[in-house]
Design a binder for this molecule. Structure first.
Ligand code: GDP
Ligand code: IMO
Ligand code: MG
Length: 442
């Protein structure tokens, strides 16, 4: 059996949580493979109840679906405990379906302090980090100093913790940053007690055995391709590989065991935090997208920067991850727009290109737009692809052709059931099977 993958193709917040929650009923396992509590995945269940998940995979509402926090994830026990509490209050029993890989690294209180100190020192060049300690924790992982979830089972855990903490305190002397550690540390150790009660597993065997038994596994990405540590808009990126290669290292799945790769994009584009964003609209239209789309960060509450969909960046992301099918979300947000723009190429120094330059920062990029008439109608009562307004179908057909990848899902609202399945147009040039063998309504 192969593991399917679902990942963001933009700068995060594409609606991954919603689509994973929708698909989870067809999978035996959902596994997060990278990132940490910088992620905020919003789920709106039947009945309208809203949950924002940061560390826990988005299949958690399906008791038959096992959810794994993989080795590639960095875990803050405090956030994890808070998430667990909310879900338990909602009546979920996580003993049967939440698992955590021993090789996942722990975010220490001092990692969060270092994150804040480093951002403060950068001044106007700051990344706009969520300040959850992500960068410093991955630094300790690659620097071979990190503490892992499996270390909780060792008798000398406290000594190991003290050693790493002292190293961080030395590092903090280089910054002019005030901090209070005591209360943070106390709460951190309390929350560790809850984490110790979770099902700790050797994630690579856990996933490998499931695949060998023919079980269906969905790997859930966090962030998006343009925030990838290698291929994103460096240095304005996160500290992990958000592209599909991250699944191999973040779960221990071999490349030839990867199945469908579902890429998600909004029908427009957003970014939160600093860094280049070629199609950003710093005008009334951008303001309108933010308002209609409720574009405020699920983790930090910060307003998201908004702009038109960017095909050069999407083609790049599709290539990097080997995307086999696309889900387009938040289409309903464009319902009231008279005109919709699509960036088809960049013009740099007067020359049109659809390649991303080495560094987008400081480069004058003029987006080349193609304009589409809006469909100007409410889509609330529509539950079949064929019922969508012709102008919207034309827009979708254009995206599919321009991206040369089948668009198989269209999301029309934040709720679980507001999603239409669509069979791919032959124009897209490649055939796709649907995730986990689901049938598609066209
Ligand atoms: P994620 O990080 O990729 O899971 O996305 P977020 O949860 O951070 O942000 C997506 C936001 O859009 C959330 O508030 C979702 O409830 C909402 N959302 C998801 N899909 C749709 C959609 O099709 N239409 C609308 N209007 N909202 C959506
Ligand atoms: P989900 O999974 C959007 C952004 C931050 C910042 C940069 C680095 O919900 O799509 P970090 O905290 O990783 O040091 O921040 O990355 N960022 C996200 N933006 N969605 C996310 O996750 C993000 N996770 C990190 O805003 O610009
Ligand atoms: Mg999010």
């Amino acid at each position: 059996m192969h593991a399917d993958v679902l990942l963001g193709l933009q700068w995060g917040d594409e609606g991954k949580g919603k689509v994973v929650d929708y698909l989870a009923a067809n999978y035996d396992m959902v596994a997060r493979f990278q990132g940490g509590p910088n992620a905020g995945h919003t789920l709106i269940l039947e009945g309208g109840q809203k949950y924002v998940l940061h560390t826990i995979p988005s299949g958690i509402f399906f008791p038959e679906c096992r959810n794994l926090i993989g080795n590639g994830v960095v875990v803050d026990p405090l956030t994890l405990e808070q998430e667990i509490q909310k879900l338990e209050q909602a009546g979920l029993n996580l003993n049967h379906n939440l698992f955590i890989a021993r090789k996942a690294h722990l975010i220490l209180p001092t990692h969060k302090i270092l994150d804040a100190a480093s951002e403060e020192a950068k001044g106007s060049a700051k990344i706009g980090s969520t300040l959850k300690g992500i960068g410093p924790t991955y630094m300790d992982k690659t620097g071979r100093n990190g503490l892992r979830v499996g270390d909780l089972e060792r008798a000398d855990f406290r000594e190991r913790y003290e050693q790493l903490k002292q190293k961080h305190i030395k590092l903090l002397e280089h910054f002019e940053h005030d901090y209070q550690l005591d209360s943070l540390e106390r709460a951190w150790f309390e929350s560790l007690e809850r984490v110790k009660q979770l099902n700790l597993v050797d994630g690579e065997y856990f996933v490998g055995d499931a695949l060998a038994k023919g079980q269906r596994v969905l790997a859930e990405g966090a962030q998006g391709a343009m925030l990838d540590i290698d291929f994103g808009t460096y240095p304005f990126v996160t500290s992990s590989n958000t592209v599909s290669a991250g699944v191999c290292t973040g779960l221990g799945v071999a490349p030839r065991r990867i199945g469908e790769v579902i890429g998600i994009s909004k029908a427009y584009c957003t970014r939160v935090g600093s860094g280049p964003f070629p199609t950003e609209l710093e005008d009334e239209t951008g303001e309108r997208l933010r308002k209609e789309g409720g574009e405020f960060g699920a983790t930090t509450g910060r307003p998201r920067r908004c702009g038109w969909i960017d095909l050069p960046a999407l083609r790049y992301a599709i290539q990097l991850s080997g995307v086999t099918q696309l889900a387009i979300t938040k289409v309903d947000v464009l319902n009231a727009f008279e005109e919709i723009q699509v960036c088809t190429a960049y013009r740099i120094d007067g020359v049109a290109t659809d390649r991303l330059p080495y560094d987008l920062t400081g480069v004058e990029i003029e987006p080349v737009y193609r304009s589409f008439p809006g469909w100007n109608s409410n889509l609330d009562s529509i539950d079949q692809y064929g019922e969508l307004p012709e102008r919207l179908r034309h827009y979708i057909d254009f995206l599919e052709g321009a991206l040369d990848t089948p668009i198989t899902m269209i999301s029309l609202g934040p709720e679980r059931d507001r999603l239409l399945r669509r069979s791919a147009n032959s124009a897209a040039g490649s055939s796709s099977s649907t995730p986990a063998g689901e049938s598609v309504n066209a």
